[in-house]
Design a binder for this molecule. Structure first.
Ligand code: ADQ
Length: 489
């Protein structure tokens, strides 16, 4: 986010994602305040030094008037961001509807919505039409700003239709697409009414990336089984054109976490937390409040552990920090009530006048508070039912070099493939198994903890977000260069 004239001329990278990495708040008819959200993608791309990144996406607000749109566009330009303006109806149908009600649950093996079949079919069609329309609107903005030699990197399930739209404008555009969620088994993907159209659109990209080799394999299988195309070790071939498909496991900016632990305000937080929970082991869950994160299952496993281990009841506390998301969707509201009910029951059952076994917060924590919490934790519990990668597990490991705490990790999170050797892997649906893992983690000997931590710490500090972005972008560049060489030959 440096100013334009402070940087040398470099190849441009257009990063297209549903949301821009800023929150925009309107202050007047033509004035806005912007706050950069230092998410993983932002830090990852700051590491891609040989490219100059520009962001294209929705600013998360409805701006119906031209004056507001012009003012926001101008304010965003200073942050190297370019807005896509989506009206409320499109957002409802495309974002809440097709993206979050259809693709998100399906890609996490939760199936398609089933309430009223007829209504679902009808709304499915209008939502898919809005999805395509919204993707076309993103493409129009990319096309307007594209300059020869730019590299375009599209992100996530919101924009599966985008590669096709972009290639239709300009077949020489270098287009990459990366999925942050799992790509499910082809047997799941084939239930989607728009299965073929989406696969073909993604295949228009030059490079298609996933977090794990399994997701890449599922995608190639879907293309061979559903579209009848040929899968090769490099990707998918269609009439002589190869779309490269590969795994690019994401990481975090581990140094940012490690350095934060040295700050006085983080040290103060840590001291407070240690005093507050003195004499008790601290277990931690940090999740968006989403059904894929398996929060009820995690809390039920903790209840089972307390039930079976009375001696631990006043010696352990579970801190569950759950940041609410998609709060206007009924399923998410239901999940919140369900979690509150279970937490209330367990605290009623095992709490005393002075202490409760679960502290559940419905909110996010700021970065420093989060780092302090990770650092004082003895056992982290990540019980996602499915998760593309799960960066919370990485962040926990980065902050644990002093404590050498234990990570209990779902085998259905992408992170299980990278941190599996150091973590205790569990099936989150098996509450008995997770309860036993809690006991194993709390009782683990220091040398075992140290060995496991060392393995994971090495992984987290060497496979960073910056390295992930660099690898993807340079491979995307090479893929097209190879194609150019082929045509020249
Ligand atoms: P998410 O589903 O959001 O990301 P995750 O990878 O765990 O899941 O990242 C969550 C981020 O939000 C972390 O940086 C975490 O610190 C932060 N966060 C979560 N709860 C918080 C809270 N209560 N307070 C403060 N911060 C909180 C999607 C996919 C993942 C994939 C990522 C990146 O679902 O599987 O790993 O994208 O590709």
């Amino acid at each position: 986010f440096e100013k334009e004239d402070e940087r040398p001329v470099r190849q441009r990278l257009l990063v297209v994602a549903n949301r821009l990495p800023v929150s925009a708040v309107r202050k007047g008819e033509d004035s806005w305040t912007l706050e950069i959200s230092a998410g993983g993608l932002v830090t990852a791309l700051l590491g891609v030094k040989e490219f100059e990144a520009r962001w294209i996406g929705w600013a998360g607000v409805n701006v119906p008037d031209e004056i507001g749109q012009k003012a926001l566009t101008k304010a965003l330009a200073e942050k190297r961001c370019i807005p896509v303006f989506l009206d409320e109806e499109i957002v409802h149908q495309y974002y809440n509807g097709y993206c979050n009600n259809i693709l998100w649950p399906l890609f996490h093996y939760l199936g398609l919505p089933q309430e009223d079949r007829l209504a679902t079919t009808r709304s499915f069609q209008s939502q898919f039409a809005a999805y395509k329309k919204a993707n076309q609107m993103f493409a129009d903005v990319v096309n307007m700003h594209y300059e020869e030699g730019d590299v375009v990197w599209c992100h996530d399930y919101h924009l599966m239709f985008l590669p096709k739209c972009l290639k239709e404008y300009n077949s020489a555009m270098k287009v990459g697409w990366f999925l942050h969620t799992p790509f499910p088994s082809s047997e799941i993907h084939r239930t989607l009414p728009s299965r073929s159209e989406l696969l073909r659109s993604v295949l228009a990209a030059d490079l298609v990336g996933f977090h794990t080799y399994d997701y890449a394999r599922h995608f190639v299988s879907a293309c061979t089984r559903i579209l009848g195309l040929e899968g090769t070790p490099e990707g998918v071939e269609d009439q002589g054109r190869l779309t490269r498909v590969a795994a690019f496991p994401i990481g975090i900016d581990s140094e940012r976490f490690i350095n934060a632990l040295k700050l006085p305000q983080v040290q103060d937080h840590m001291k407070d937390l240690k005093e507050r929970f003195a004499g008790r082991k601290v277990m931690l869950g940090v999740d968006r409040l989403d059904m894929i994160k398996g929060i009820p299952q995690k809390i039920l496993a903790f209840e089972k552990f307390l039930e079976e281990n009375p001696s631990w009841r006043d010696k352990v506390v579970l801190l569950q920090i759950a940041v609410p998301t998609r709060t206007d969707v009924p399923e998410y509201q239901k999940l919140t009530s369900q979690v509150h009910e279970i937490v209330g029951r367990i605290n009623g059952r095992f709490g005393t006048l002075t202490a409760v076994p679960i502290h559940h917060l419905d909110r996010s924590l700021d970065f420093h508070a989060l780092c302090a919490l990770y650092a004082v934790t003895d056992v982290a519990l990540v019980t996602s039912l499915r998760d593309g990668m799960n960066l919370v597990s990485y962040e926990f490991v980065a902050c644990q070099d002093a404590t050498k705490g234990v990570l209990i990790l779902s085998e259905f999170a992408g992170a299980a493939q990278s941190l599996g050797a150091g973590a205790i892997l569990v099936n989150p649906w098996n509450i008995t198994e997770v309860a036993a893992a809690i006991g194993q983690a709390l009782n683990m000997k220091p040398d075992d903890r140290e060995k496991r931590h060392k393995h994971n710490f090495l992984h987290v500090t060497t496979h960073t977000a910056q390295e992930w972005a660099e690898t993807f972008v340079s491979e995307l560049n090479d893929t097209v260069v190879e194609a150019e060489i082929r045509t020249r030959d």
